[in-house]
Design a protein around this ligand. Structure first.
Ligand code: UDP
Length: 235
């Protein structure tokens, strides 16, 4: 599938049009940002890892009842996806208190949550992705009631599927961020990447962090953590 015009360049990916208006090529970059792009850097090999991890997880999710935009992996850094209009929400699911949740509520990182928590954030770099609720999304017309209900249901399903997948690889799925979009046929689809950039992965035995927190928090061994996750996902 030949790449045509660059439609969008984000922090970690480029998106190209193709000859088919319903299909896009996503190209994964090694660039990394954190804290609303105040911290910038590169993580060698990250683009290839995130493409491979996403390309492994999306077909599994489709099989397990989570419709998504993934079509196929094209190359080390590229994948073909269905074009969607992204719902302007970041959907975060948490199994263990960490990151902004732990900080906001004054909870120790690592506390197991008695049930998974789903949070919605408004996708806005200018506003720093503020926390919102379903009423806000409905009232401001970001999604319909049916779409919100489906997003929340699918987020729980993704959590079940991924928790089980990673547990067999001795990885604890601490939390993760999802995005959803609507395609030309008005179908709501899971979209965007699922990777060490968008999930917290802790080694079940050592507690070692195998995700972007190594970059965010200057923990070192960043490239190694991404490669370790790639090996585990492909095992
Ligand atoms: N996350 C993400 N993109 C964002 C914000 C969060 O992929 O813009 C992911 C993050 O990697 C983590 C989860 O969502 O797995 C929850 O992140 P949190 O709200 O704790 O924010 P952080 O501490 O990363 O700022």
């Amino acid at each position: 599938m030949e790449k045509r015009a660059l439609r969008y360049e984000g922090k970690a990916k480029k998106v190209y049009e193709t000859a088919d208006p319903n299909l896009l090529v996503v190209e994964y970059k090694d660039d990394a940002t954190a804290f609303n792009a105040q911290k910038r850097g590169t993580i060698a090999g990250k683009g290839a890892v995130n493409n491979a991890v996403t390309s492994r997880l999306y077909p599994l999710l489709a099989e397990q009842g989570v419709p998504n935009h993934f079509v196929r992996q094209l190359s080390e850094r590229e994948q073909l996806v269905q074009a969607v209009n992204i719902v302007p929400l970041e959907v975060v699911v948490r199994n263990v208190a960490a990151g902004s949740f732990a900080k906001r509520l004054g909870i120790e990182e690592g506390q197991l949550l008695s049930r998974p928590i789903t949070e919605l954030y408004y996708k806005s770099d200018a506003l720093g992705d503020p926390l919102v609720n379903a009423d806000t999304a409905l009232s401001l017309g970001w999604a319909s009631e049916a779409e919100i209900a489906e997003i929340l249901r699918l987020a729980q399903r993704v959590n079940q599927v991924l928790q089980a997948f990673f547990a067999t690889r001795r990885v604890q799925l601490v939390d993760f961020k999802l995005e959803f979009g609507v395609n030309a046929r008005e179908q709501l689809l899971l979209a965007d990447e699922i990777s060490p950039d968008t999930c917290r992965f802790w080694d079940m035995d050592s507690g070692e962090r195998l995700d972007k927190d190594r970059f965010r928090r200057d923990l070192g061994q960043v490239e190694e953590a991404y490669q370790e996750m790639l090996q585990r996902v492909l095992s």
